[in-house]
Design a protein around this ligand. Structure first.
Ligand code: ADP
Ligand code: MG
Length: 234
């Protein structure tokens, strides 16, 4: 079985008395170690799909298996537990805690896993080093550039060693040069074996992945492996 397997996934939003059918029968699977772009224009359902994959939301119909575990009708506590253990998240807006420094931001998820303070600090520092920000450990988010903030967010997502990294428009708030740096980091992490899904509406970003799944109006219209555009010298 694949790392991610979804079958006939449907999702509607109820708005007042009307219903908006956003995901209309999605079938797809992701193998361990893939780097997949979920492409599509604004409103095509990308974030809705990613939120369901990330167990931040539930589907109305269909099945979802993550690392052989059926994700369905799970109580919130159990879902939170799987979410912490299996999934790392990166968002367009970084979602760092403003009054905590880079090291504390990266260490925070480990606190919720009951890891000792000393080990949290050490692990967080290792991941900051991995994203090239060891010397910025004591800086607050407000003292970091957008690219540095996103690298801290990536370090935070990786710190709990998730099975899958989910990134929703990770370069959406960055200029093109900084976007390249962040995508180069994502490629590096993927080359080390991490399974990564990147939501984007930008063709250039999708081309840096190894497979592109194209969503249009809530259905997959194309799903193909591509020749990856490898970023060098950033
Ligand atoms: P994308 O990420 O591709 O831009 P989304 O998944 O965010 O698309 O949204 C798909 C559609 O669902 C849009 O029409 C959006 O307005 C609608 N939508 C998203 N979230 C909600 C919500 N919580 N309640 C109602 N409608 C929503
Ligand atoms: Mg979105």
């Amino acid at each position: 079985m694949s790392m991610i397997e979804i079958k006939n996934l449907h999702k509607s939003y109820e708005i007042g008395s009307s219903s908006l059918h956003v995901l209309k029968g999605i079938d797809f699977s992701v193998e361990d170690g893939e780097l997949v772009a979920i492409m599509g224009s604004s409103g095509s359902g990308k974030s809705t799909l990613l939120n369901i994959l990330g167990m931040l939301d539930t589907s109305d119909n269909g099945t979802y298996d993550l690392d052989k575990i059926r994700i369905a009708n799970m109580n919130e506590k159990k879902a939170a537990n799987y979410r912490n253990k299996f999934l790392g998240f990166v968002f367009q807006s970084f979602n760092l805690i403003n009054y905590k420094n880079a090291l504390e931001n990266v260490a925070l998820p480990l606190y919720y896993q009951g890891i000792s303070r000393k080990d949290r600090q050490q692990t967080a520092l290792n991941y900051l080093d991995k994203v090239g920000l060891k010397d910025w450990a004591e800086h607050l988010p407000s003292e970091l550039s957008g690219g540095q903030k996103q690298r801290v967010a990536i370090a935070r997502a990786l710190a709990s060693n998730p099975k899958v990294l989910l990134a929703d428009e990770p370069t959406g708030a960055l200029d093109s040069k900084t976007s390249m740096e962040v995508m180069a980091l994502i490629q590096k992490i993927n080359n080390e074996g991490k399974t990564i899904l990147v939501v984007t509406h930008e063709h250039d970003i999708a081309k840096m992945c190894k497979r592109v799944v194209h969503l249009r109006d809530g259905v997959i219209v194309e799903d193909k492996k591509i020749k990856q555009n490898i970023i060098k010298n950033v």
